[in-house]
Design a protein around this ligand. Structure first.
Ligand SMILES: Nc1ncnc2c1ncn2[C@@H]1O[C@H](COP(=O)(O)OP(=O)(O)OP(=O)(O)O)[C@@H](O)[C@H]1O
Ligand SMILES: Cc1ncc(COP(=O)(O)O)c(N)n1
Length: 265
């Protein structure tokens, strides 16, 4: 067998399997890369919500990253739920030590059901400790509003917010429009010079649990295989739309998307 590319996820466990580490590993596998992981927290979660959270110590998060990267160097790394500032600091230190490149930050803050997955005091740590070394950050609109401290109501606001986040040193900003109120959704990528926009129709469904995790995992998998950021963005965008369209209709709440989407590798 030809050696596969390796993608690593540093995130929380979603016991329901639709978001978090589980969504990331399923998506990595489906996109043909070998997935590794470091857990930041365990949630007791299903499609109806988060019923409990058990956060790892920063030392143990650092241990997982260290032993994995010492043995299985990642071609790309993504972060999801990071829980608190001490974990962010530990993650930043380990990734710098291992000179991890192609880092994708999905700044997960709140679950769709409303549960908090990142402490408020940790926002500054995310901006100053992870953004300068990141290749791509992928906020949804509420996350972008918190990160820039302004409301975002339209595509012009999204572009301003993307420029603001780019100033922190991240190479590309992907702003996801899943939370727009319109019938038409816009996702965009800013590379410091140009904006790349994708407009698509909102799919009317309750099965959107883990859309952000699945999208950023696909993006990370494509980077691991050597795609440039713009190509990876377009593939991830196509992947998530197909995953929502063909969701397996599981659970009594907001169900997972279809991680078995077939797209050329
Ligand atoms: N109802 C929908 N119809 C079509 N595309 C959608 C829909 N909801 C989300 N998307 C797409 O899914 C991707 C993820 O966007 P979204 O804004 O939902 O992320 P998110 O809020 O971080 O997800 P989550 O918090 O559930 O992990 C984007 O490409 C967005 O356009
Ligand atoms: C462990 C973990 N990570 C991320 C999410 C965000 O996903 P969503 O916003 O769809 O609930 C989640 N619910 N759980």
């Amino acid at each position: 067998m030809k050696k596969p590319s390796i993608a690593m996820t540093i995130a929380g466990s979603d016991s329901g399997g639709g978001a978090g580490i589980q969504a990331d590993l399923k998506t990595f596998h489906q996109r043909g890369v070998y997935g590794t992981s470091a857990l930041t927290a365990i949630t007791a979660q299903n499609t109806q919500g988060v019923h409990g959270v058990h956060v790892m110590t920063p030392e143990f998060v650092a241990d997982q990253i260290r032993v994995v990267l010492d043995d299985l160097p990642a071609d790309a790394v993504k972060t999801g739920m990071l829980a608190n500032a001490s974990i962010i600091q530990a993650v930043g230190e380990q990734l710098r030590k291992h000179q991890a490149t192609k880092l994708v930050i999905d700044p997960v803050m709140v679950a769709k059901g409303g549960a908090k997955l990142l402490q408020d005091e940790a926002i500054q740590a995310l901006l100053t400790q992870l953004l300068p070394q990141a290749h791509i950050i992928t906020p949804n609109l509420p996350e972008a509003e918190v990160l820039v401290g302004r409301t975002i109501q339209n595509v012009a606001d999204m572009k301003e917010a993307a420029k603001y986040l780019h100033e922190y040193g991240v190479a590309h900003v992907v702003m996801k429009g899943g939370h727009m109120l319109d019938h038409q959704l816009t996702d965009l990528l800013f590379d410091g010079q140009y904006f790349h926009e994708v407009e698509h129709e909102r799919i009317n469904t309750r099965h959107t649990h883990g859309t952000g995790c699945t999208f950023s995992a696909c993006l990370t998998a494509e980077l691991a295989k050597g795609a440039d950021a713009v190509t990876a963005f377009h593939t991830a965008q196509q992947f998530i739309v197909m995953a929502i369209q063909t969701a397996p209709n599981l659970g009594f709440g907001q169900g997972p998307t279809n991680h078995w989407v077939q797209l050329p590798l």
